[in-house]
Design a protein around this ligand. Sequence first.
Ligand code: CP
Length: 321
Amino acid sequence: MTQAGLDYAWPHRDLLGLEDLSAQDIRFLLKTAHGFEDVSTRSIKKVPALRGRVVVNLFFEDSTRTRSSFTLAASRLSADILELTGKGSSVSKGETLTDTARNIEAMGVDLIVCRHAQSGAAKHLAHAINCSVINAGDGQHEHPTQGLLDIYTLCKRWNLMDTMDLTGKSVAIVGDIAHSRVARSNIHGLQKLGAKVILVGPPTLCPGTFRSLGCEVSHDLDDVLPRIDAINMLRIQFERMTSQFFPSVREYATLFGLTGQRIKKARPELLVMHPGPINRGVELDAAVADGPQSTILEQVTHGLAVRMAAMFLCLNAKNRE
Ligand code: CP
């Protein structure tokens, strides 16, 4: 299949993580997303690419952005979409993830988009069922479409959509690296496209062991700020923390929060990213979150095109099988 000017057959029926993708895979998916981007700006926001296909959103964790973005993306591709959450389904009566997915699959579903608190849940599903699986965030493992939409946003802002070569660019990821699936997907994706990744946070949340992934690790945000092109401020995930990782939220915000004052240490063209939801006043001041360097809402917008591309390519790969 030729898409977006590239002669390449996307080989993956599932999208489980960016660790599994090559640089060519990532560039091809982002080029395909670029081709879908204008669908959302038309008066009739629909193309028939997945007409007749059935997509299920299977969300066992809360979500605003990812779930609604997959729903809209499926709808823009003319797929039928079914929404299932842990609370309203028979999971609350003790049904296992595998049984739930197999029963849904038996209704003739083509693709399951899964969010789950357990790392590895999406991979487990992909082995257990025959339809395509897209990981919408599994525990502390990966959130591949978030990583892809972050990289897409950077490529667009840096006018690098032609090459998607991030060589020479430095991106800091700040905060709760240890618990973050967004960090892992960004680390794999950014490095595959040539960027340098600097992880920043307190040693308890950003341990030196992450150097084994090829990243620089720093515990001093003020030292890193002047030498980076983009900064991705992660949410402190209070719900995943099983013990006290820093003395107080106030101390964390003082050392690692990006304020209107602190951002002056960075280059004026620094891009400020956040996957959402934001803990305002902890990771970011309102002045920065809503300021001119923020790409936060652009990231959300780009998520739609990226998810359209992910669903389209995975289902086409499955078809070829
Ligand atoms: N960024 C992200 O995954 O947000 P949601 O939890 O709202 O989906």
